[in-house]
Design a protein around this ligand. Structure first.
Ligand SMILES: Nc1ncnc2c1ncn2[C@@H]1O[C@H](COP(=O)(O)OP(=O)(O)OP(=O)(O)O)[C@@H](O)[C@H]1O
Length: 307
């Protein structure tokens, strides 16, 4: 049985960070976990992944300032956070608290004003070692669904014959095998986001960074993608860092939830979500008393942190 949420919670002061998918009967095909040697589900470190002993992500005493001189605003930190491999970390907080900034620092798109960020033991390099999914899927509209996934494999250095083998597998896993030949503009928003997830998982990147990937989707599609992503993450062993506004989404997906305070974003709550990763069906999971308790704990922290 999982620990009661009040025992699992670790509130931290400023700068004190602590340290699939098969589908069931009658459901639409979802995101599926990778089989061996299929390029998805790698646990070994890829480029930028570092040695096996290194944390997937290590954020040390990071502060980030936008602007200069009189216009300088500290939007984040000080913040410290160590993310072990295989974790599913969800970062939650009010709009503008610095969630996306933290994710961009981890992706290497920005350098921290002070402090250090390491992924797999090394300074992050954009486009290397981490797959990234944004709120709006960034796809090539003139290419087909399959063509988009194939291109991600090509960027990852996968040879042509191997790409041809892997694309159908990847599409099958995200439930898109029947629309492989359609152009991006011929599929729905939810399907486009599935393509983006397939692209992010196409390489062997040990780290996946997702910035509110389901925010623009309708409630039903969002729930379905959450369920699929949860199963994938439980089976791949990769590390996920996921940004959201949604308390429900955070508790459902995360093995750990970090709540950030209002600007500058600091850690208000760092909570291990000790719910089972496999076993219960999504509805059974949501009905667990601990699930409701975690949701209450995180919800209260988000509201308090936003004040
Ligand atoms: N490139 C930039 N230059 C200046 N200010 C920026 C820049 N990017 C973000 N900011 C500011 O930094 C703060 C944090 O932004 P960030 O996007 O990280 O927050 P967030 O928590 O992800 O917000 P939301 O939930 O609304 O997406 C905000 O006040 C934002 O206006």
């Amino acid at each position: 049985m999982s620990s009661p949420p009040d025992l699992a919670a670790t509130a931290t002061g400023p700068g004190e960070g602590v340290g699939a998918i098969g589908t069931g009967p009658g459901r639409e095909a979802g995101i599926a976990a990778a089989g061996p040697g299929e390029g998805v589900g790698a646990t070994a470190a890829g480029p930028g992944g570092g040695s096996a002993g290194e944390a997937a992500v290590d954020v040390r005493e990071v502060e980030h300032v936008y602007g200069a001189g009189g216009d300088a605003v500290t939007v984040l930190g000080p913040i410290s956070l160590t993310v072990p491999r295989g974790s599913f970390l969800v970062i939650v907080g009010a709009s503008g608290c610095g969630k996306s900034t933290l994710l961009r620092l981890i992706a290497g798109f920005e350098r921290p004003t002070s402090g250090t960020v390491r992924t797999g033991g090394a300074e992050p390099v954009p486009g290397r070692g981490a797959g990234i999914v944004f709120q709006q899927p960034r796809l090539f509209p003139w290419r087909t669904v399959g063509g988009n996934v194939e291109l991600a494999l090509r960027y990852a250095g996968v040879p042509r014959t191997e790409r041809a083998r892997r694309v159908p597998h990847l599409l099958e896993r995200v439930g898109l095998h029947d629309v492989a030949d359609r152009r991006i503009w011929q599929i729905s928003g939810g399907q486009q986001q599935r393509v983006a997830i397939a692209r992010a998982m196409a390489g062997d990147d040990p780290l996946l960074l997702l910035d509110e990937p389901f925010a623009a989707l309708d409630a039903l599609t969002r729930e379905r993608l959450q369920e699929d992503l949860r199963r994938v993450s439980a089976e791949t062993g990769r590390t996920f860092v996921f940004v959201t506004h949604s308390v429900e989404e955070a508790v459902f997906l995360g093995t750990r939830v970090v709540v950030l305070t209002r600007q500058p974003g600091r850690i208000a709550l760092d909570l291990d979500i000790t719910l089972p990763r496999t076993g219960p069906e999504p509805d059974e999971l949501r009905a667990l008393p601990d699930y409701a308790a975690f949701r209450t704990t995180v919800g209260q922290a988000v509201r308090a942190a936003a004040e």
